[in-house]
Write a protein of this length. Sequence first.
Length: 94
Amino acid sequence: MQELIPINVLIGDRTYRVKIDPIDEEPVRKTLKIINDKVIEFKTHFSGKDMQDYIAMVLLWYATQLPALDEQSTPGKDILETLRKMEDQLDKAL
């Protein structure tokens, strides 16, 4: 098992420091880009009170994408597993 590496994770307007397996760094960073791009997209198209509203919208959007990801090949499952790992690490950090 490789040693975990620390990275700074920016979601919306908050930064989290998490430790991940080096092999997961690229998928995590790609996922973060998707998340933050969607936050910006929702901020420009919908009115919300605060960043939590936009992150909730992105979460709902992503959750509705999961059935389509399950029907696709392995890369969708890899992203889902990476997100689950990130969620666990964020839960521990909070």
